[in-house]
Write a protein that binds this ligand. Sequence first.
Ligand code: CA
Ligand code: CA
Length: 457
Amino acid sequence: MGEMHKIIQKLSLLVILTATGFLIHHIISQNPPEQGHNPSTMKSSVDVIWIFPDSENGLGDHCVNSACRHLYKALEQSRKKIDFAVYGWRSQSDLFSLLERKKSENIPIRGIVDMDVEGKNYYSHTEKLIHMLGTVKNDLSVDQEKYGRHLGEGFSARQKSEYNISGEEVEIIQKSKEKIQAKGDIMHNKYFILDESTVITGSANVSDSGYGGYNANLVILLQSVKAAEAYTKDFNRMYDQNQFHHKKSEKTSGEKIQINPDEWIRVFFSPVDDPMETVVIPSVMNAKKNIDIAIFYLTHVSLTQALLHAKERGVQIRVIIDASGAANEFSKHPILRKAGIPVKVENWGGKMHAKAMMIDGHTVIGGSMNFTKAGTSRNDENVVLIHSTRIAPKYQAGFEKLWQQIPEEFLTQDPSAESILSIHSCADGSDNDYDGYTDKEDYGCDPKKDVKYRYAR
Ligand SMILES: [Ca+2]
Ligand SMILES: [Ca+2]
C-alpha cells in the first residue's frame, strides 16, 4: 500500500497541477466566456415579449423593437451552434449579415425553411439565405410525396359544426368562397436554438412585418438546457431524417421543464403531439376565471366548443382576432360573439399575428400554431405552455394595451384588413386582404366607394 500509494498521490497531484496550468493558460489565451453561455452554470429563465404593431414605421427593413434586438444579441453571442427552423426569410438584413458573419467565424449553422410543392417559399429572401448558408433544408420531398409536384385545380370546402349557445343547439354551415389550393403542408415554425441552451420562438416571422414590427406578435424566450434539448430533438428529426409533418412519429414527452421553483414550461410540436387536443383545449377546460386570446386565425371547432363551455361556467373571455383571419369563411368568432363573448377585430395596418392565450393569471400559451385544424394536425409547429404568475400579468398588460387601442365598434363590425377603417393599411404597399388590389386600388381604400367595402362581413 504505502510506497505505491504515495507515488499515485504524487502522480495525481502532477496531473492536477498540469491540468490547472493548462486551464489557466486556456482561459487567459481566450476571450472570457460570455456569461450565460455555459450550459452547466447557466441559470434557467423564461420570458415573453410583445411586439406591438408599429404602424408608423410601416413595413421596412427594421430590427429595432426589443424582441428583434434580443434575437440579434442572442445570435451575436452564440459561440458553439446555431440551429433554426423558420417559415421563410424576408428583409431583416441585419440578422442576415449577422448569420453571414457567424458563418465566416466557423460557427456551425443549420437551418430549415418551408417549401410548397413547386419548391417555392412564401418569402422573397429565403432563396438568398439558402445560397448564403448552404446548410438549409426543407420539407419539399414530403410535400410532393403527399400532394404531387404541381398545384392542383383546387377544391371547395364545406364544414358543418354544432354548438351549444346558452343552452340552445345551433348548427352552422360554412363554405369556401373560392377554391382552396393544396400547396403542401407548412413548416411554420419560427424558432432558433442557440448554443444548446437558448430557445427563441413564438409567432414572429423573420420578415419586415414579423420581427420588423408591423404586425402584433408574441415572442417567447427560453434559457433552459432541457427546452433546448426538446427543440433540438424536433430540429434533428427534420434535418437529419427528413421527418416533416405526418412523417414525425415520436410524441414529445410534454413533461414539465422546471425553470425555477415557481415557474415551469411544457413544449409540444405539431402535428405529432396534436397540441390543440393535448394542451390548448384542456387548458381552456380547466380555466376558472378568465381567458384572453390574441389570435390570427380561429377556425378550430372543438376549441370553439370548449370556449363556449367555459363561458357557460362563468369564465370571462376576451378575444382579439386579426382582420384577415376574421374574414376567413371558416372563422368561428361570430359564434363566440353570439354566445356573448367579446371579440374585437383589430384595425391596424399590420396583422394580429400572435397565436396565444392567457389563463387565470398563471398560464400563458404561445407559439407558431394558429387555432386551426391545419395548425394542429398537418403543419410543423411548436407550442409552449408557460406556468408563471410573473409572465401571465406581463402578457396581460400587452393584451390590455392592444384591446384598448381597438375601437368599441369592432366588437360587432369587422373592418376589412385593407380599408379606410384599418389604420395605415391603405398606404403600406401591401395587399392586406389578399384580393389582388393594393392600397388606393383597393375598393376599401376609396372614400367614394360604397361603405360596404370597408367591412369584411
Ligand atoms: Ca411545405
Ligand atoms: Ca387588397
